[in-house]
Design a protein around this ligand. Structure first.
Ligand code: F6R
Length: 593
């Protein structure tokens, strides 16, 4: 879950390039950061200079760093060892001529570290990571650094990405299993990063490192080889199609706000361009005996919504599970089963573990994923890109509604009319546009002002509005830190109603569907106990203390409903003085278990 960026080439401002790369990757971790640069010849006795800081990278400059044409850096999301300057990456070996950055967890470090200590290696941090740089130092005494790294890599356990900056060879040497790495090909300069989007200002030609591949990156070229055998491997070069505009905030103060506003456009594009993809997935479901959807967090709520959509529209049972729970339910899978994995990043470890388990059982994997070249994308038997463009806000927004749009189209394709799916998604795009007009947003700002200091909020819905409630509550708690709970309205009377008191904020989703009456009953139960009812509906009702107009879009209404929830969460975060792009304790792309 850490951001990684490395440069080697003809420019002398490698540290500045790395710093800018890290800033564009900060969404992957923002506890602390660090950069290592090898100064130009003769300036440091061949030693690598490292600068590390705790906190966000923010407006940091590379002023304190020397000129040099090879550098790399890291933004950290702490797993092992507290958030301190010493624990931030890069880590140096005893000679100061090898530096290391790492993403993942080195599981057997405690078995290796004592031997290194005995051999005289000095450890400075509390991290698992530091063990690896001393291993490479030890093994490179009598062999090439790349060979030493290969040996070390094959001795450690866990899911990791390592990059060593070797002063001796002026190269970056990388190895991965589990955590993503991508190399970028430039002109007399080359790059490495944890996310392809960071490479866009420099190159569009990339190779995503496969599991157990290593890369030697120098100014002259990139060599890819198999970490087990040491054999050279032909890279699978791909061209990135995302534009740079898609990766910057532009006129918006936060990525999250930008991405929320991009949704109507993304939805309209999905409706227009993805009919054949929807039909392909529908046909695959039709051919399978038992289909299971899997995802984590927000993506899991998309799966849950999918299960309602397939039942309602296609009259088909498609089950779903949370990624981290899936393995405990997967025993019944057979080679005829289909597992549809939904993920923005395609790197979520729990989702990847779930599909690995499904593969063991012989099931086919269909990835619905936003990030081209991601682990899930490469691992799946069949794949479909969500087409939401790069998502940088930690809280997933447009990738979520993009997933819903695809699922609506697929459900309609199964029912025999993908065109009706297009109509529903187009209506959802229009309704979403209305939710985002200036006057609607003003109303949400007022609500945020009113509820900015509450301790709890409740969100209720039935049917498709149940996953909408869970997702709205997740967004509120994740970025505003107000405790919010999404509930199936029918469950209120089975317990949660005890929590409602005078003034408790209750959001009720009341779309124009079969759930309206029963859900209104739930809202009334809350109102009768003093709850303040925020009714998100296509028509007003006298029990609403605040009415939020959500234009009807059939089954697609779940989309504008959620967008209202995203926008309210955003306004709550901003009014509470929080950075919605960087919620505490979280980071985008959860590459650990
Ligand atoms: C919440 C959120 C997370 C992600 C989850 C899965 O706003 O963004 O819950 O949805 O970590 O991520 P992906 O979709 O990348 O697999």
């Amino acid at each position: 879950m850490c951001g990684i960026f490395g440069y080697v080439g003809h420019r002398k401002d490698a540290a500045c390039i790395v710093l800018e790369g890290l800033k564009s990757l900060e969404y992957r971790g923002y506890d602390s950061w660090g950069i290592a640069v090898l100064p130009e010849s003769g300036k440091s006795d061949g030693k690598i200079i490292v600068r590390k800081k705790t906190g966000k990278i923010g407006d940091a400059t590379a002023d304190e760093l020397p000129a040099g044409s090879i550098a790399f850096g890291h933004t950290r999301w702490a797993t092992h060892g507290g958030v301190t300057q010493a624990n931030a990456h890069p880590h140096l070996d005893c000679t100061g001529k090898l530096a290391l950055i790492h993403n993942g967890i080195l599981e057997n470090y405690h078995e290796i570290k004592p031997g290194l200590k005995k051999g005289g290696h000095r450890f400075i941090s509390d991290t698992d990571t530091e063990t690896f740089v001393h291993m490479v130092e030890e093994y490179s005494r009598n062999r090439l650094v790349s060979k030493a790294m290969q040996r070390a890599f094959n001795e450690v356990t866990g899911l990791n990405a390592f990059i060593i900056l070797a002063a001796r060879d002026k190269r970056l040497i990388a190895a991965r299993n589990g955590s993503p790495l991508v190399v970028g090909y430039g002109d007399n300069e080359n790059f490495i990063a944890s996310d392809a989007s960071a490479l866009l200002p420099y190159t569009r030609q990339v190779h995503f490192l496969e599991e157990n591949q290593m890369a030697i990156v120098s100014g002259a070229g990139i060599m890819i080889f198999d970490a087990k055998t040491g054999d050279l491997v032909e890279p699978h070069k791909q061209v990135l199609t995302w534009s740079i505009d898609q990766t910057v905030k532009g006129k918006y103060p936060y990525f999250m706000l930008k991405e929320i506003h991009e949704q109507p456009g993304v939805l309209a594009a999905i409706a227009a361009d993805y009919t054949s993809q929807a039909e392909k997935l529908a046909a695959t479901i039709d051919r399978s005996y038992g289909t299971y959807m899997v995802g984590c967090g927000t993506a899991a709520y998309a799966c849950m919504a999918g299960s309602y959509l397939f039942s309602k529209i296609a009259k088909r049972h498609v089950n779903w599970a949370i990624g981290s729970e899936f393995t405990y339910q997967a025993e019944f899978l057979t080679p005829k089963s289909l597992v549809i994995a939904l993920s923005q990043s395609g790197e979520t470890m729990d989702t990847l573990e779930a599909v690995r388990k499904a593969k063991e059982k012989g099931a086919s994997i269909y990835a619905v994923v936003n990030a081209l070249g991601s682990s899930l994308y490469r691992y799946a038997d069949h794949k479909m890109l969500i087409g939401a463009g790069p998502e940088k806000g930690v809280a997933s927004t447009k990738a979520f509604t993009g997933k819903l749009a695809h699922l609506i189209m697929v459900a309609y394709a199964m029912e025999g009319s993908v065109k009706n799916g297009q109509k529903v998604v187009t209506a959802a795009a229009k309704s979403s546009q209305k939710v985002l007009t200036e006057s609607s947003v003003r109303q949400l700002k007022e609500l945020a002002l009113k509820f900015r200091n509450v301790r709890h909020m409740y969100v209720i819905g039935r049917g498709l509005s149940y996953p909408a409630s869970l997702e709205t509550a997740l967004k509120i708690k994740e970025i505003s830190y107000i405790h919010a709970e999404g509930l199936a309205a029918g469950e209120l009377k089975h317990g949660p109603l005890a929590l409602v008191e005078k003034g408790t904020a209750c959001i009720a989703f009341l779309p124009n569907d079969e759930t309206y009456g029963a859900n209104l009953a739930g809202a009334m139960e809350m109102k009768a106990r003093g709850g303040y009812i925020i009714g998100a509906s296509y028509k007003p009702h006298e029990i609403f203390d605040t009415y939020v107009h959500i234009p009807d879009a059939g089954e697609g209404t779940i989309i504008p409903n959620v967008i209202f929830g995203q926008m309210l969460a955003y306004e709550l975060a901003v009014i509470r003085g929080l950075d919605p792009d960087k919620p505490r304790n979280l980071a985008k792309s959860v590459t650990v278990k």
